[in-house]
Design a protein around this ligand. Structure first.
Ligand SMILES: [Zn+2]
Length: 176
């Protein structure tokens, strides 16, 4: 629990980010800083059945580093169904999530498989707050473009239901 009561006004300047230490991340092999604020935010899903977040984060990091040869977990952030935001590579670090688009984008994964279900409203709201903070702190360009992974690659990611939500999320971002 992050202490936020449903129905309570959301403080747009606050989002609880669970740091790497809390999910037992191993050290990255290497990291590259982004040269300028991200111009694009690319939305993914993990396509894994949701279980408890801490072991799932460690599992994803292991897959990305051992099986796919990445330097670290590929995503910059991950969002669980209960609306918690987990630090992947974090802000300002080049990710490994969308080939040929990593250098100027932030990769955010919703945890779960959204070919089968809708992302929770808690997860959607966490995304909006996270991006608000990202712009406020200069990590993301104010006029950034929000895309689904399938907009830039041949993949079904981020799943039918999450992809179908992106226009609504774009509207909410513009009005926030
Ligand atoms: Zn993806």
């Amino acid at each position: 629990m992050n202490g936020h009561t449903p129905g309570e006004p959301v403080d747009m300047n606050a989002v609880a980010v669970v740091c790497r230490r809390a999910w037992n991340a191993v050290e990255p092999r290497d990291r590259t800083e982004m040269k300028s604020p991200a111009q694009t935010v690319i939305i993914h899903h993990t396509a894994l059945r949701y279980c408890d977040s801490v072991s799932q984060l460690a599992h994803i990091q292991h897959m990305h580093m051992q099986e796919r040869g990445f330097d670290d977990i590929g995503y910059n952030f991950l969002i669980s169904g209960d609306g918690m935001v987990y630090e992947g590579r974090g802000w300002g670090i080049v990710g490994a999530h969308a080939k040929e688009h990593n250098l100027n984008s932030v990769g955010i994964a919703f945890m779960g498989n959204f070919n089968d279900e809708m992302p929770s409203s808690a997860a959607q709201s966490a995304l909006l707050r996270l991006l608000h903070i990202g712009v406020l702190h200069g990590h993301v360009w104010p006029n950034f473009v929000l895309e689904g992974h399938r907009d830039v690659a041949k993949t079904e990611c981020p799943g039918e239901y999450l992809y179908a939500l992106l226009p609504k999320l774009r509207d909410q971002l513009q009005n926030q």
